[in-house]
Design a protein around this ligand. Sequence first.
Ligand code: SAM
Length: 255
Amino acid sequence: MNNQPHIMQQASEAMPQARYGIDAPTVLRNLVVLGIGCIAVGIAAQFVAYAQRLGWLAVAGGICAVSGAWFLMSAGVMLWGSLIGKMRLRDRVLALVELRGDEMVLDVGCGHGLMVIGAARRLGSGRAVGIDIWSNVDQASNSAGATMANVRAGGVEDRVELRTADMRELPFPDGMFDVILSSWAIHNLNAPEERERALREIVRVLKPGGRVAIVDIQHTAQYLSVLQAAGLRDVRRFGRSFLFVIPTHIVTAAK
Ligand SMILES: C[S@@+](CC[C@H](N)C(=O)[O-])C[C@H]1O[C@@H](n2cnc3c(N)ncnc32)[C@H](O)[C@@H]1O
């Protein structure tokens, strides 16, 4: 605890070598393909409409081109979110949980280690654990090896453990963690009951007095009600931002 200023200084430094991955790469690719396709069709329609004096085709082509531009813009926003926006929100979330430095921290669905590494850089005697199933659909080039390389790049390999595990069945005893974080991960469970299962696992492995912070683009209203029903206190949802086009919210609670 007494080395907190030093730890905070470290945490504010850039982590140039770490690569935190591109989220939802298939969605991103589809938006780019759709965007380019719609713009090309829209422009071609303008030529035909002009040559054949078809007013309705000019309007349809215009709509098509504008839709294409919107798809490309959405792809750009998503890419910005993965490369820049997420780091800003990570820092905001980590500031919210006010780590002392001696906690056991869990990152649920850690991917390339955005939260687990960020938290570990704020720890002294504490430890940070990241769990994931390393899905390449949810994040490009996702693997324990890629995340471990980021952990090393962040200089926190003495404080971080990575485990391959499913968030619906956390391989930890009850009350093991002081702080549990999760960013853009729980929404990947499609069924509401599966998300509830993951949230109940989070509550189970959280220590009495521990804190949770979940960042996600969808289903945060459900997270709020499940955490409340599970008996957590100070359950709040806030911080709407649009870094992945769809609004991201932060949900915090304490046990
Ligand atoms: C969009 S990525 C976000 C990763 C990281 N938290 C971040 O903010 O960069 C979602 C992550 O959730 C993981 N994930 C999906 N379903 C999971 C499950 N059932 N259990 C554990 N992790 C899961 C994926 O493998 C992926 O790494």
